[in-house]
Design a protein around this ligand. Sequence first.
Ligand SMILES: C[S@@+](CC[C@H](N)C(=O)[O-])C[C@H]1O[C@@H](n2cnc3c(N)ncnc32)[C@H](O)[C@@H]1O
Length: 331
Amino acid sequence: MYTAPRKHLSKDIFNSAIAAYAISAANELGVLGELQKYNCVDINDFANNNNLDVSSLKAIINVLCSFEICRPAEVDNCFYQGSVFEDIYNNQGFFLWLTRGYGELMQKLASITVKSNRINNYIPQDGRYIALASRQQGKLMVDTYFETALFEVSFNCVVDLGCGSGERLIELAKKCPQLKGIGIDISSKAVELAKSLVSEANCQDRITIFRDDMRNLQPKKEFFDVDTIFSFFSGHDMWPKENCVSILRNFRDIFPNANRFLLCDTYSSGLIPSSQIPIFTLGFETIHAVMGQHIPSLEEWMNLFPESKWRCVNQYYVEVPFCTIFDLRAE
Ligand SMILES: C[S@@+](CC[C@H](N)C(=O)[O-])C[C@H]1O[C@@H](n2cnc3c(N)ncnc32)[C@H](O)[C@@H]1O
């Protein structure tokens, strides 16, 4: 139902856009991490230690101060956490996702909307930053719920479809010394990132990363032992419905020994436009609409499962708005 959005003046909207970039930059440069750790940052020291231009850093900090994300300390050039720091810190990955993962798409919103420009790879996105942002937000909002769900049933060999940075596989491999894992992602930048993080974690003998499209997987000997599939924030890529049904059915053949599939995805909110929109939802739904990607509602997902050869036996809460983990079992 439509509820009239709150009135925002142009100055608020303009300044919020600047703040989104400043938050993303402060995240990427490690300033938010420093403030979280020490509750105080000396920007001269921080700039020196990290080879940063101090006046650019100061400008970023000034924007953060304008939104009470940080505040000046008594000592010159030092800043404390501000009154809204914690909220921003806990949501910083969403800003990275927006400004770095889809920054170019947002910049080209008008030209991408022109029909004649919608040909051959017209969607600019940066798979590395999408993966990094998802990793950051996943750690804060998803992973404890995921692990609670996963550990309810035993597993030895898992596949992560749309694995992004591979972080979930790496964390599981650290916790389960016998575990074998496979990560599959369509983005070459995400695959490159995942491979390097897997090597850094010294897990390359147990985790294999493949570049592939999960919508079109072919059998591989490595897939035979997989007993558990999971997929985070890429399930909507399998839609429209007929495609999704046949892809999910295909997983039964591709992973013949997989009995469980934890499918976590963001579903359509039905909220836009409204005054009730939480963080992420407006960006997620706008960007996918522009990309021509249908975002199914919760009801659409639930109506699809009976046709998919996967039975939904449970749903688990996660903190990302309009998002759930479907616990699917092979029929
Ligand atoms: C939002 S990111 C999430 C990454 C990771 N699952 C996480 O939660 O941190 C979605 C990932 O799915 C990948 N992806 C999207 N469509 C895919 C497809 N058809 N096949 C394989 N990977 C896909 C993207 O490249 C991206 O890395």
